[in-house]
Design a protein around this ligand. Structure first.
Ligand code: ADP
Length: 349
């Protein structure tokens, strides 16, 4: 009984009705002992034709009513009489067609509900994370100010120190707000990538020079290893890739060991250039690798150290690299070191 059209249904029912009527007439004629095959044939044909059209009209009315209701519900539209059945022909298997549409509609709704649930939990988590991140510097500032108000202001041993510490917490809040701004702009697509031909070696050299002092504080050596031995041109948004390198190299210093080394290497990969930022620092346990690029994700060791970071650095890095239609990867072993590597498209010479 699969794939029945309204016409098919009407025909089957009327065949049954016509056969029943003919059998009854036949039995009546049989008992009155006057069987007329011509009249039986006429009874059969006429009841078949009458019931066929009768059932067809009834089914059409029924389907029209039901389908219009279903369509109103699933498309949430005000359909008029013609719209409701405009797509349908009574030669088609309307019921299966409508059930398929309802299944598709149901599937679409389920996906939409999943998406809304994900967004809701992301929003909840995000607000929780932001308030958690803001709590530490705000409470610190409050603590320093209270101490100063309660007389510390006149104590020369602590007054300048506490003001400087409060200022450091303000810097931390500003850094968080700036990173949040970058993330939200990257996610909403407000920031466009302005791809230009960039010499990645020169760009890296500039970043290293700007971070030299920070590295010296931990006796970390920053070096470029350019085995390609020539200028390396890539298509990139220079400012954004500058930010990627800063975030990765600052991390290699923050989580690097005293007296350690960070090497930036470049590899020719056919259409792309692979850039590696490799340190010999504390390393990252395998279980964190998958989630490390999520906003505010920190390893236990990273959290314990409270490096003053915003927890958004790697998430920004990933967004920028993906906006270049490229990928970023991580290889890391605890107490041996970490290597972050990303690709950039080669520029035509
Ligand atoms: P944060 O501001 O905490 O540094 P990131 O997004 O830059 O935020 O990094 C997320 C976490 O990844 C860090 O808290 C740290 O635990 C870990 N991490 C990042 N880079 C390194 C690295 N080079 N070596 C070890 N751990 C790292």
């Amino acid at each position: 009984m699969k794939n029945l059209t309204p016409k098919g249904i009407a025909f089957r029912i009327s065949l049954f009705v016509a056969t029943s009527v003919t059998v009854i007439v036949f039995l009546a004629e049989f008992f009155s002992e006057s069987i007329h095959f011509l009249s039986l044939f006429l009874v059969f044909v006429s009841s078949l034709v009458i019931s066929y059209f009768g059932f067809l009209i009834a089914i059409e009315q029924f389907i029209y009513k039901k389908i219009k209701l279903i369509y109103r519900t699933i498309h949430n539209l005000k359909l008029n009489k013609d719209d409701a059945l405009s797509d349908f022909s009574l030669n088609k298997d309307i019921i299966s067609q409508v059930s398929q549409e309802v299944i598709d509609w149901d599937q679409k709704n389920k996906l939409e509900i999943e998406r809304l649930k994900d967004m809701e939990s992301y929003r909840r988590e995000f607000v929780g994370n932001v308030s958690h991140e803001l709590k530490t510097p705000i409470f610190n500032i409050q603590g320093y100010l209270l101490t100063l108000i309660e007389g510390g202001l006149y104590d020369e041993k602590i007054n300048m120190d506490y003001l400087a510490r409060a200022n450091k917490s303000v810097d931390r809040m500003i850094a968080l707000i700036e990173d949040l701004d970058i993330i939200s702009n990257l996610e909403s697509g407000v920031i466009e990538m302005h791809l230009k031909k960039v010499n990645i070696i020169d760009l890296t050299q500039d970043v290293l020079s700007s971070l030299e002092r920070k590295a010296q504080e931990k006796n970390i050596k920053l070096t470029i290893q350019n085995t390609l031995n020539k200028s390396v041109w890539v298509m990139a948004d220079a400012d954004k890739i500058n930010q990627v390198l800063v975030n990765l190299i600052v991390n290699s210093i923050k989580y690097g060991k005293d007296g350690g080394e960070t090497k930036i290497k470049f590899y020719d990969m056919d259409e792309n250039i692979l850039v590696e930022v490799a340190d010999n620092g504390q390393g990252i346990e395998e279980k964190h690798h998958k989630r490390l690029f999520e906003r505010f994700y920190r390893t236990d060791r990273g959290r314990a150290r409270d490096s003053g970071g915003t927890g958004l650095g790697l998430s920004i890095v990933k967004h920028i690299i993906e906006a270049h239609q490229q990928t970023i990867n991580l290889r890391s072993t605890v107490d041996v070191g970490s290597t972050f590597s990303f690709t950039l498209k080669k520029a035509k010479q």
